[in-house]
Design a protein around this ligand. Structure first.
Ligand code: PEP
Ligand code: MG
Length: 847
């Protein structure tokens, strides 16, 4: 099977085989862009290599060398000849993993080649620095010799430095530096394959959920030299601003330099605009070429280019990483420019970006009083507040930390992932820190040259301030500003642009997206975010507001009989008023109202003062109150007298709530307001429970209808949140007009993990590799989803038209939403602030 490809043999669609870089180069070759010639060794070859105990098969070696001969023919140059060919050897995985794997430049050098290059260029410095760079890069990448070994060479002359470096190579790996190009190539290919499994690449894949079995391709490409002369240079650009999305080329160039200088952040580059004056023709050709690329690839591009002696070469292009803000703006602009469709735009924006946009800035009024420490380059937007930490390895999960580094390197990845924000003293907008932070959607400010770090005393000084590790700073990736102390964050911003985008997603999605909302204010909020209807109104939450809590306390603590009846009446009046307001705002959208499900302990008075007040309300003694509290206390409240258990003990409670709902619905209907109430019973484990409660509620509602001589339409259904209910869903469905899966309790009960306590120990599980992720955030796809599937299947078997929704926290999580779409749920429901994200995720999982 063919394992080595010429650029002309490939195309964009061959990413899995040729890697992102290779497939892109092939695509660029197809549209005649100026690219250096080259060949690609496939990912299949890489996987074969690993299967073959990390050995290149002789067939592969032969195929590589045959293609090298083709490359020599095409370039008109020959390895180690009078017209020498030099190449770069780069990794290129199917998924972009910036800076994670290795590259070797200037391969092909030996003393003879240096001599010939000198004859051609007459530039001793250029030739010998290129040669030296090759020797050192090859030593480091192919043989793992530490870079610092080459930092303090004794020799001052380049030629001697090369000899000294080759001697280090010999000392370190016990063999002489390979002079023959064939050896150089084969060793390089092998080491690039190996870099697929280096520590940082493995970590990056883990953090980004990238398949370990993809392997990397290797691109061998003719070298072009940005450090050839003053009419040469190298640069990186984005076809649009990756921080704001503005349709303006954004990038950096370094004249007389090689590409790695920019990426490593060693020299701070100039703005791309410099080319406009220093090489106007190249600037025009470059802007025209990259726009063509953007159109062809239908997305914002991140392009690396080199100018060699006034000739432009495009080295690579890929879809550019961008901030949430840029992601939205670019997707929408591309639609407006007719380059992509709305559906494509929807697929381009990550649901998590929406959350970031809704959460992303400082409260302006506090900014005015804040102390500005310094200003760097706004490399990745968003804001972060946290404690200073200088050591990436010591950043911990759940601690609000700002990682402050001289410059970042791929070894810092874990710390960067855990930090709230990143500040670097060196580097530009395309340095490692900036690119990785943007990919992570993390606020980042680079190039803060005014900050001085004292590693020994663990302090940093900026102007007259000296801050210790652990002190708080606030960082804005929007402006590049760094402030002293903590600045409060702005609550949210639902811009017109975001609203329009969410409305596109709304048109596309199949599932309904409702809100979990308990108060008229929540409902208002959820509606502005695009929710249609309520998926869960937790009636016990309606009492969370200060003085309302006394009504529910009164009900819980009152004795049966007159006391209870009085309490119920108050409860009824209060609830009815809330329902009326909610129905009005909903204006005809469905309202799923769940009858009381209070873990009783949350509502019992705790302080002496509160107990006294309760005694006064009920006109009983304090001692009596204490007794009643004692009696009501559950040892295990989550599985205690809650949900429908309470309804079974006190059917009058559920009756009165149901009455308040239909009364409010009737009054609204009288005023011409459409209402679709859905009464939901929580915590059902047995069909007979539901049958009993349904009968009680229906009786109450029918007696109300009799009183008024009219009816209002309503539905009565249940939550499915107990494993037993999933297994017996067919029996339960007989008495339910709808199911709503309560995946919070379902997760708690099927995994035996307390919703409230598992944060204490799940970190240990994650550290020990026993568990990944957060089961109360993203649904467990191994078992909890199975229970849900059984619940859906059994429920629908008994009642094919049974309406099915979900109202646990998972209703706002994009990965879980994919599962609900796949299982044909009618709707998902989540808290108002997660609604825009859920709408986008619902649209994406449908497309
Ligand atoms: C659930 O259990 O998933 C649910 C939505 O109900 P609650 O969170 O109120 O227990
Ligand atoms: Mg529940």
């Amino acid at each position: 099977m063919k394992q080595v490809y010429e650029f002309k043999d490939g195309g964009k669609e061959m990413v899995a085989l040729l890697g992102g870089k290779g497939a892109n180069l092939a695509e660029m070759a197809k549209i005649n862009l100026p690219i250096p010639k080259g060949i690609i060794i496939s990912t299949t070859a890489c996987n074969e290599y690993f299967k073959n105990d990390k050995k290149l098969s002789s067939a592969l070696e032969e195929e590589i060398l045959t293609n090298i001969r083709v490359l020599e023919y095409e370039t008109g140059k020959k390895f180690q000849s009078t017209k020498p060919l030099l190449v770069s050897v780069r990794s290129g995985a199917p998924v972009s993993m910036p800076g994670m794997m290795d590259t070797i430049l200037n391969l092909g050098f030996n003393d003879y080649v240096a001599e010939k290059m000198l004859e051609i260029t007459k530039d001793e410095k250029f030739v010998y620095t290129s040669y030296l760079r090759f020797v050192q890069m090859f030593s480091e990448i192919a043989k793992g010799i530490e870079r610092k070994k080459f930092l303090n060479l004794k020799a001052t002359d380049y030629k001697e430095q090369i000899i000294e470096s080759k001697n280090i190579y010999k000392d370190e790996c016990g063999e002489i530096f390979p002079e023959n190009y064939k050896d150089q190539i084969l060793i390089a290919v092998k080491s690039i394959f190996d870099s697929w499994n280096n520590e940082r690449a493995i970590l990056y894949r883990k953090l980004n959920n990238i398949d370990n079995n993809m392997g990397t391709a290797v691109v061998i490409q003719e070298m072009v030299f940005g450090n050839f002369n003053d009419k040469s240079g190298t640069g990186v650009l984005f076809t649009r601003n990756p921080s704001t999305g503005e349709d303006k080329i954004f990038g950096e160039v370094l004249l007389n330099a090689q590409g790695e200088d920019i990426v490593a952040g060693i020299r701070t580059p100039d703005n791309i605009e410099l080319l406009k004056t220093s090489m106007p023709n190249i600037y025009n050709e470059l802007t025209e070429t990259v726009k063509r690329l953007e159109k062809h690839n239908r997305d914002m591009q991140d392009v690396e280019f080199t100018i060699e002696d006034s000739k432009l070469y495009i080295l690579q292009t890929r879809n550019g990483k961008r901030t949430a803000e840029a992601s939205l703006k670019i997707a929408m602009d591309l639609v407006k420019e007719g380059i992509i469709t709305k559906e494509e735009a929807i697929l381009k924006v990550e649901p998590a970006s929406i959350n970031k946009l809704l959460n992303g800035d400082f409260e302006e009024k506090y900014l005015k009083e804040a102390t500005l420490l310094t200003k760097g380059l706004a490399a990745s937007s968003g804001v972060a507040v946290g404690r200073i930490m200088f050591d990436a390895k010591r950043v911990k999960i759940r601690e609000k930390t700002i990682l402050v580094r001289e410059e970042t390197s791929p070894e810092d990845l874990q710390g960067m992932a855990l930090a709230q924000g990143i500040v670097t003293l060196k580097g530009g907008a395309t340095s490692h820190g900036a690119v990785v932070a943007r990919g992570m959607g993390k606020c980042c400010v680079t190039g803060c040259s005014e900050i001085k770090i004292d590693e020994i005393n663990k302090t940093m000084t900026v102007g007259k301030y000296t801050l210790k590790e652990g002190d708080f700073i606030s960082v804005s990736g929007h402006t590049g500003e760094i402030f002293l102390g903590k600045i409060p964050l702005k609550e949210n911003s639902f811009s017109d642009e975001l609203k329009e985008f969410v409305s596109w997603a709304s048109e596309v999605k199949r599932m309904g997206v409702r809100m979990n909302a308990d108060t008229p204010e929540d409902v208002e909020q959820g509606k502005t975010f695009g929710a249609k209807g309520i998926g869960l109104c937790r009636t016990e939450h309606m009492f969370f507001k200060k003085d309302k809590i006394w009504t529910i306390r009164e009900f819980i603590l009152s004795d049966r009989g007159e006391e209870k009846e009085k309490a119920l009446k108050k409860l009824h009046n209060l609830q009815k008023e809330d329902f009326l307001n909610i129905f009005k705002i909903l204006d005809g959208d469905e309202a799923n109202i769940r009858l009381l499900d209070p873990p009783v302990h949350e509502f019992l008075p705790k302080t002496l003062e509160d107990k006294k007040k309760m005694a006064e309300i009920l006109s009983i003694s304090l001692e009596n109150i204490e007794k009643r509290i004692y009696r009501l206390k559950d040892e295990n409240p989550m599985l205690g007298h809650r949900g429908c258990r309470l309804g079974v003990s006190y059917p009058e409670l559920y009756r009165i709530q149901a009455r308040a709902i239909v009364e409010a619905a009737y009054e609204c209907a009288q005023k011409g307001i459409k209402v679709h109430p859905e009464i939901m019973i929580p915590f059902i484990m047995e069909a007979k429970e539901l049958a009993y409660l349904r009968k009680e509620i229906e009786e109450e509602i029918e007696s109300f209808f009799k009183e008024i001589g009219a009816r209002v339409e309503y539905k009565l259904g249940t939550m499915i949140e107990i494993p037993r209910a999933c297994l017996l869903a067919d029996e339960i469905a007989e008495y339910a007009d709808f199911f709503s899966f309560g995946t919070n309790d379902l997760t708690q009960m099927s995994m035996g993990l307390s919703r409230d306590d598992s944060v204490k120990f799940l970190d240990d599980y994650r550290e020990k590799g026993i568990w990944e992720g957060e089961p109360f955030y993203s649904i467990d796809t191994k078992a909890v989803t199975k229970l849900v599937e059984i619940g859906v299947k059994n429920g629908k078997a008994a009642k094919p038209n049974l309406k099915i929704g979900i109202c646990g926290e998972h209703g706002g999580d994009p990965k879980s939403i994919e599962f609900f779409e796949k299982n044909n749920f009618d709707y998902i429901s989540c808290s108002p602030f997660r609604v825009p994200t859920a709408i986008l995720a619902a649209a994406q999982s449908y497309l």
